[in-house]
Ligand binder design. Sequence first.
Ligand code: MN
Length: 205
Amino acid sequence: MGYPFQLPELGYASDALEPHIDTRTMEIHHGKHHQAYTNNLNAALEHHPELHSHSGEQLLIDLSAVPEDIRGAVQNNGGGFVNHKLFWEIMAPNGSNFPTEEMSGLLNGSFGSFDQFKQTFSAAAATQFGSGWSWLVVDSDGRLQVMATANQNSPLSCGCVPILGVDVWEHAYYLNYQNRRPDYLAAFWNVVNWTAVSEKYSQTK
Ligand code: MN
């Protein structure tokens, strides 16, 4: 839960999301990038025992409570730790391509239709300049919203709870898709685990 943070298991094999997300990308993304965020978060917290009982999410929800000398490191590496944990959870091999009935109703209500939601989410991801993420979040009023964040910034730090996210750092897609971020985003929908997204939504209630 808290310090020292451990790299979460993927929950499926590195090749399970082929051909949409290739094995080598998954191996490096999980085993190297996510591991580095985990190690760097632990290094930042090492001399701050008062924060050792906090979860990654708790640290990000109230960054102002994190001492200034490590705040940037926690924002970046705590964000990296928590964001990737969610990312692995909301994907699955042969992910159901359609939201659960409950999510479908919520997406229709908030965005007009499932297709409109996908367009809004993908547009936020495609136009995020440089590195970052696109998210489906539950805002502080309980409404669904699409937002993008730069770098490893988490929606948790602005009062929103992410329930779906896509990583648009080049390390997430460059080996297979090179500069074709829109192709990666189109493929992403094939591996979304809508059951997990629904569960994350329920946990916000
Ligand atoms: Mn990443």
